[in-house]
Design a binder for this molecule. Sequence first.
Ligand code: HAM
Length: 417
Amino acid sequence: MKTKSIQSIKGTQDILPSEVHFWQEMERKIFEEMALFGFSEIRTPAFENTDLFSRSVGEQTDIVSKEMYTFEDRSGGNLTLKPEATASVVRAFIQHNLDKINTLTRLFYIDALFRRERPQKGRYRQFHQFGAELFGSEHPEADIEIISLASSIFKSIGIDEITLKINTIGSKSARDNYKIELKRFLKPQFNKLSEASRERFEKNPLRILDTKNSQEQEILLNAPQIFEYLSEDDKAHFSEVKMHLKGLNINFEIDPYLVRGLDYYNRTIFEFISNEIGSQNAICGGGRYDSLVSQLGGSDTPSIGFAAGMERILLATSNKERAENIDCYIVCMGNKAQDWVLKCANRLRSMKFSVCFDLLKRSLKSQMKEANRLNAKHAIIIGENEIKDNKFQVKDLDTGKQQEVAFEHIIKYFKNL
Ligand code: HAM
């Protein structure tokens, strides 16, 4: 009886060779754009002390209260697989005194994150984000740098059909006042709220604004809006953000119902939404978190950042697969030719040409088929006769042109390409 095979864990995905090219291409563009904006890469560990996330993302958030992969270390510590990267980057920023190196710190990451959500299209338990965090400036221009960095990366990846939604949620005290008013407004309608919203009513009432339930959305049309509770400084900050976005021709919509699922934000928050990927339509989310660094033990450092979900970007991008592609396939016939094939392959590889050859001693016909499957640009045919006469066939598989070349000239042939 065949042994039962082991399957991957629900909500995790293998990235197979047929799609890994897309990931590599996306990563290349991310590196390129991040460098253009002066951001340096940071890599943080896959797990952290659980406290880091409860103190930053917030005890009452879905992420911390329901979705974290938390486990006890053998020595008793409480650890969590990173559900998001901002908290880790802030921890590293404080731990390594990065603020002492520069007044402004621009960091980016590409990382795997873990959340125990209900898996569906665009929502996974292990997923990947790229993101950027800008530490040290409270000015609206920093918000613009972050939003235009995200926007440039999406453009360079080829995602056009997205909408930028922005909102401002002011300071904690403004939000606390607003929460009281929102609850006062919602209380008489409590029975009409969904179970999820009733649960949020006490713990995190702002998240009710985020509802996808149309009956609740209708109720909320008459709800007080947070903007009315903001200070004049908060309002002026937001006006400047909008002014600069217009100046840069970055289209946006103001969404007074936009709230984010993490507690560390203040003032500007934003999301990029795609209409083409189903219900999990947020490609990217971010915002200002001016108190987080001090809250986690660092000095007062106004900051802003974003993170984008790479699986969702993949869903929003057509043309995901790219066929394999090599420079040369060596067709080999007869045992005596093997040594020549190995030599020839390594010489060409040392010149940075990609080379494959048969390892199954298959027929000439099957080897030519394999060369085509690999989209080889050239084929070299090495058989016992070719070795005896020192005349090898080099075929350009795009044009079909074939040439007889002496072994020592094969290298020259490739050099002249
Ligand atoms: P977030 O909104 O939780 O923000 O996640 C950012 C993006 O990650 C989402 O817009 C989505 O594209 C992707 N994402 C989140 N959860 C999943 C999932 N389960 N499966 C697939 N993709 C997912 C943050 O993580 C903040 N740290 C962003 C930030 C950085 N704010 C400031 N700096």
